[in-house]
Design a protein. Structure first.
Lengths: 250, 365
């Protein structure tokens, strides 16, 4: 039987001296799309950084496994080469490195030209990476990066943040293509963990599991649309009240 | 001297002098010997300076007017040298030459001191693109190159000058150059040095008249044991004159002083400067010295300067895409050194980028 694509067990992560992730368990199977809801500063981006083994995120307890491989001792590029790709919320500007040069360095797909056209990125190929890009252009460039990288697990940090409706549709179409949403669930090989602050992305991307992430913990998991409806109705404070009620019942 | 052997051909290629490349004119010197001086265009006159001085009486009066003989010991050494080595280039009024002119000085003998004096004249409305290479052969381990170059760029003329240095580890280089840019003239000067050298010291001067433009770009990769003291001084003499100085320096153990000075004397003078340095380790040093001097209230001068290491954020971003650390570093360094000069014609920009790539490939970058 195939190992899970991502297995997170009792994970605690600190940034500097401050503990941000305070013990979470999360499993993502092949073909599944999970979304993380949560207020600002709850630790959602820290979780993606820790999975990616970015510098500055220290795993103090627990483990992260990709395809059954513990990532504790791996470098960031080694994690990427296990099949993980991260779309950054705020990618850095890299002067002198053109988008085309960058894509050439990372490309693992056969039909990159198709994605370049779909994401309207032809005019940016000879531009310096992320330099002078608008919010929508940055997101499109990040999704194009993931397409080129062709990872098994896509980590996408707030794809709809600062992006207009037209760009959300363009971005979502390419994410859906990467996630093989046209194919039956059992034949899909790519999975995703998507952070969303507003939930708008769920209008265009179908997710299988939703999680509410608050104060460094996953406090609730379930049908993503149901969770989103509750958050829209009562806000994240409603989630806290709901959890308290559940505890009181017990 | 073994003209045109493979070692020499390769050394020349490192500084963009390729025998198979189509050229509007060319000039090639090895030690003291002029191997080639010819023009493929009626618009260009190119002569060894000794012959030009005999042909044109006025030339001796023009000589050393921009770079005075008493400027320093190096200019004096060139002026007093009995071998009048150098080139004279004149592009005729109104002529626009698209194909570049190529010149190259090579030191082929160990411990040789090469003294050169070049005079370049772009007559009114002329336009041309000069690519100058300076190099030494594999067996010339040490030596000295002292070069005086005077550019006379007349009204409405456009000159781009790209200089590529690729010297040996024990060679010292003292270029002394100055340019006078006439009314509405344009001078775009680029300097590329990516290989080891013992010492390069220069501070070219440009005087820009009304409506004229002077742009100075330099790209330097300083290996351990190399010492650079380079920069540009620009005098915005005329109303509405403008200038841009951009330097990108990488120290991989070498010492670099990168200077830039813009002096605005007249109303409407505009100048910008960016001196950026990347330190790859603790062995080297980068000292950025940007200076702005305004003598007229209607001037706009600004600068930015930075010296630091490779950004960890950029590095981890590239690594998160699956690029291993060393390759990510190379990508950032190569990008940092990539020259993008908006005022160069696109074909020339491409050609210069190719030169930089080849030079990088042949070195230890």
């Amino acid at each position: 039987m195939d190992a899970n694509l991502l297995d997170i067990t009792s994970l605690h992560v600190s940034v500097g001296d401050k503990e941000i992730i305070k013990g979470i368990d999360l499993t993502i199977k092949k073909g599944e799309v999970h979304v993380l809801f949560g207020p600002n500063g709850s630790g959602k981006s820290t979780l993606l950084g820790a999975i990616m083994q970015l510098p500055g995120y220290t795993i103090t307890q627990g483990s992260i496994q990709i395809h059954g491989n513990d990532t504790q001792e791996l470098s960031t590029d080694a994690v990427a080469n296990l099949g993980v790709g991260l779309s950054f919320q705020h990618p850095p500007k890299i002067k002198g490195v053109t988008l085309s040069r960058f894509l050439k360095s990372i490309n693992r797909c056969d039909d990159l030209d198709h994605a370049i056209t779909a994401l309207n990125m032809e005019p940016f190929l000879e531009r310096e990476l992320n330099v002078g890009f608008s919010g929508g252009e940055l997101k499109r460039a990040e999704i194009l990066k993931l397409y080129a990288q062709n990872p098994d697990l896509l980590l996408i940090d707030e794809p709809e943040s600062g992006v207009d409706i037209e760009n959300i549709t363009i971005i979502s179409n390419t994410i859906n293509a990467m996630l093989q949403k046209e194919s039956p669930m059992k034949t899909r090989s790519h999975s995703a963990l998507i952070i969303t602050h507003t939930g708008h992305i769920l209008n265009t991307i179908h997710a299988d599991v939703g999680h509410v992430f608050m104060d460094g913990k996953i406090i609730c998991s379930g049908n993503p649309m149901d969770i989103l409806d509750d958050i829209r109705k009562d806000g994240f404070s409603g989630c806290i009240r709901c959890i308290q009620r559940e505890k009181d019942k017990k | 001297m073994r003209p045109y052997d493979n070692t020499m051909i390769n050394a020349l290629r490192n500084v963009a002098y390729d025998f198979e490349q189509e050229k509007s004119a060319s000039f090639l010197v090895s030690d003291l010997e002029v191997l080639d001086a010819h023009s493929a265009s009626d618009a260009i006159e190119i002569l060894p300076i000794s012959i030009a001085l005999e042909k044109y009486e006025w030339l001796s009066k023009l000589s050393y007017t921009l770079v005075p003989k008493d400027k320093d010991e190096y200019v004096k050494q060139v002026a007093d040298n009995e071998n009048k080595l150098g080139y004279f280039i004149r592009v005729k009024a109104g002529e626009k030459v698209l194909l570049p002119l190529y010149t190259c000085y090579m030191i082929d003998t160990n411990s040789f001191t090469q003294c050169t004096h070049n005079i370049i004249i772009a007559e009114e409305g002329a336009e041309f693109h000069l690519i100058s290479g300076c190099t030494s052969s594999a067996h010339a381990l040490s030596g000295r190159h002292i070069g005086v170059t005077e550019y006379f760029i007349k009204e409405n003329a456009v000159v781009t000058s790209t200089m590529i240095h690729s010297w040996g580890k024990e060679i010292e280089v003292y270029p002394r150059s100055a340019a006078h840019v006439g009314k509405n003239g344009k001078f775009v000067s680029s300097y590329i040095a990516l290989s080891s050298v013992k010492k390069i010291q220069m501070d070219p001067l440009a005087l820009i008249e009304e409506g004229g433009l002077g742009e100075f770009y330099s790209v330097i990769y300083a290996h351990e044991g190399s010492s650079f003291d380079v920069g540009s001084t620009v005098l915005l003499n005329g109303k509405g004159a403008s200038s841009q100085i951009i330097s990108r320096v990488v120290s991989n153990g070498g010492d670099v002083i990168t200077r830039g000075k813009i002096i605005a004397h007249a109303p409407g003078g505009q100048g910008t400067m960016a001196c950026n340095g990347l330190l790859l380790n603790k062995k080297g040093m980068i000292h950025a010295i940007p200076e702005l001097i305004g003598n007229d209230p209607e001037t706009e001068l600004s600068h930015e300067a930075s010296v630091g290491m490779i950004s960890k954020e950029e590095l981890s971003y590239l690594m998160a895409s699956g690029i291993e650390e060393e390759q990510a570093r190379s990508l950032i360094i190569e990008g940092f050194l990539d020259l993008h000069i908006p005022s160069l014609p696109e074909y020339l920009q491409r050609q210069i980028n190719d030169i930089v790539k080849k030079t990088k490939a042949s070195d230890t970058l």
